[in-house]
Design a protein. Structure first.
Length: 325
């Protein structure tokens, strides 16, 4: 009698366990939504947006910096004598002639001439380094990676420095260009030929001049000077922060709502019925959390998050072309 009662009970337990056990390919992971599912929606907002770039640097003595041609034209150099001390006024070192008009290039006060970077009478383009200078004293020098150069090339008016375990943060005044510099040259003065028709005049003995050493080549880097009251120690490490862009009351959206970067992108605009419409937008600044939308949106739209999926690039050329004879 006991065996007859246990048999149906075991069968019932077996059915219950089978009903609770996962089986077959119909099972889905409840933590992952299907691709393209709208998880949330956002509306564009407006805020002041500032983008910054951090560079590692250090304190250096007498660093070299470069000066660029102000316009495109022909460069003509002046003969720059060795200074007797630290110059207190700008030193004119070259002129770039364009359409008969001179455009002067000067080494700023507090720096000495380092060398010519191109040949005399060479044709140069605007922004091309043509002369080098040496800052007399301490400055902050930071090496720039090639991928960072274009981000900060036009953003050198707002630079802040923090010396590690030292003074800061403080504003830092940028000297010259960030471009890499070739080795400078300082031509020797041509010898003076005596006039044989007139007797030579008696000359006073002169103190021999110290020969000028031309500047060495440099890589991409930023050179800036600290306020006079900041104590500097040669070789001390520093962090350089460059403000690369500012936009007041920019129209911004979360970066998760945008596909694309560096100028062009796409967003999915939600219709009242929940359908998506992919829209092209022009992008601006980004701080990593939000991105500026310069055009393509009015600000009243609702956007899907995450944004649209960009199509994968086709492999092996254009696959849409027919093949065969």
């Amino acid at each position: 009698m006991r065996k007859i009662l246990l048999a149906p009970l075991c069968a019932l337990v077996t059915v219950a366990v089978a009903a609770c056990s996962p089986s077959g390919p119909d099972q889905t992971n409840p933590e992952l939504a299907p691709r393209g599912t709208t998880m949330t929606k956002v509306k564009p907002t407006r805020q002041d947006l500032t983008t910054k770039l951090s560079i590692s640097g250090k304190v250096e003595m007498n660093p070299t910096f470069g000066l660029v041609a102000p316009v495109a034209g022909q460069v003509r150099y002046f003969d720059v004598p060795a200074p007797n001390g630290t110059p207190t006024k700008p030193t004119r070192v070259a002129t770039v002639w364009k359409d008969g008009t001179p455009n002067y290039v000067e080494i700023p006060a507090g720096a000495t001439f380092g060398g010519r970077l191109v040949d005399d009478k060479a044709t140069v383009t605007a922004g091309m380094p043509i002369a080098s200078g040496r800052h007399v004293g301490y400055a902050i020098v930071g090496d720039i990676d090639g991928s960072q150069a274009y981000k900060i090339s036009g953003a050198l008016t707002d630079v802040t420095v923090q010396i590690k375990n030292g003074p800061g943060p403080f504003p830092c005044t940028v000297l010259g260009t960030i471009a890499a510099l070739p080795q400078g040259t300082i031509p020797e003065k041509p010898p003076v030929t005596p006039d044989t028709k007139t007797p030579p005049a008696p000359q006073q003995p002169k103190t021999p001049e110290q020969p000028q050493q031309p500047s060495s080549s440099t890589g991409l880097r930023i050179v800036c000077t600290a306020p006079a009251d900041v104590q500097m120690i040669n070789g001390a490490g520093a962090s350089i922060e460059v403000t690369t862009g500012k936009s007041a009351q920019a129209l911004v959206v979360p970066v998760e709502a945008v596909a694309g970067q560096q100028g062009k992108g796409r967003v999915d605009v939600l219709s009242p019925d929940g359908s998506r419409k992919t829209t092209d937008v022009v992008l601006g600044l980004t701080d990593g959390k939000v991105v500026e939308v310069k055009s393509g949106l009015t600000g009243d739209e609702e956007l899907a998050v995450p944004g649209p999926n960009l199509p994968e690039p086709q492999q092996g050329g254009d696959q849409s072309k027919p093949t065969g004879p």
